[in-house]
Design a binder for this molecule. Structure first.
Ligand code: MN
Length: 228
């Protein structure tokens, strides 16, 4: 039996709808600018440039329904995203075979300290300080493929205090789920437990303490989060 210098951190595990089994998380990959209208609103050309990625930490995922306003920022933005959970992995996965690696899907928020991210972008530095902070990824329970199939179209939206802020359609994803998995697997060895946040439609914007966000993805589910 391994002797540890201190108690190992707890495995991060997400609830799965209608079962007691949990989904143990390994890594969290996030794709940037994957809806043309969002690329335009952030000041970029929406042409199909190669996808790019950043990561969050497994323990940034949060199913509590509470988003505590984070430290060191005055401009926190919501980004509603389809989350893809892998039940199998590998390297150099083909596009045609990619969906067989998906365990399920969820509704997630890629919460972003936009002011800090903007500083990092300007300086050509990594984005983690703007993206990978505590509880930065509120997420719904997982809806398994066996229940909902593979959503490729349908409304993806976010309201704040009842006002529609973000609205798009999954079919507007520049890089589709199988392409994202295939592309990532060329650069990383993917594995069961990996979570991929697949990008956000246009309409990102700031939230304040007391706001209530409701994220919905047609054919997947809903996520309600209170900013505290
Ligand atoms: Mn995002």
């Amino acid at each position: 039996m391994t002797e540890y210098a201190f108690t190992p951190p707890q495995t991060i595990a997400l609830p799965i709808i209608n079962t007691d089994a949990r989904f143990p998380v390994r890594r969290v990959y996030c794709i940037g600018r994957n809806y043309a209208a969002h690329a335009v609103e952030m000041g970029y050309d929406p042409d199909r440039e190669a996808p790019f990625f950043f990561q969050k930490n497994p323990d940034n995922l949060d199913t509590s329904g509470i988003f505590p306003y984070p430290e060191e920022t005055s401009d926190v933005h919501h980004e509603v995203e389809l989350a893809v959970m892998l039940g199998a992995g590998g390297s150099n996965i083909g596009v045609d075979d990619a969906l067989s690696h998906v365990f399920g899907y969820g509704v997630s928020l890629d919460m972003t300290r936009r002011d800090l991210q903007a500083e990092m972008k300007k300086a050509g530095r990594p984005w983690e300080i703007g993206k990978a902070f505590e509880r930065s990824a509120p997420i719904s329970p997982i809806y398994p493929v066996t229940k909902i199939g593979h959503p490729t179209q349908g409304n993806i939206a976010l309201t704040v205090n009842g006002d529609v802020r973000q609205e798009g359609d999954l079919s507007q994803m520049i890089w589709k789920t199988p392409e994202i998995i295939s592309y990532l697997s060329q650069y990383f060895t993917l594995a069961a437990g990996d979570v991929i946040l697949s990008g956000t439609p246009s309409g990102v914007g700031r939230v304040n303490v007391g706001d209530r966000m409701i994220a919905t993805i047609e054919g997947v589910g809903e996520l309600e989060v209170q900013v505290a």
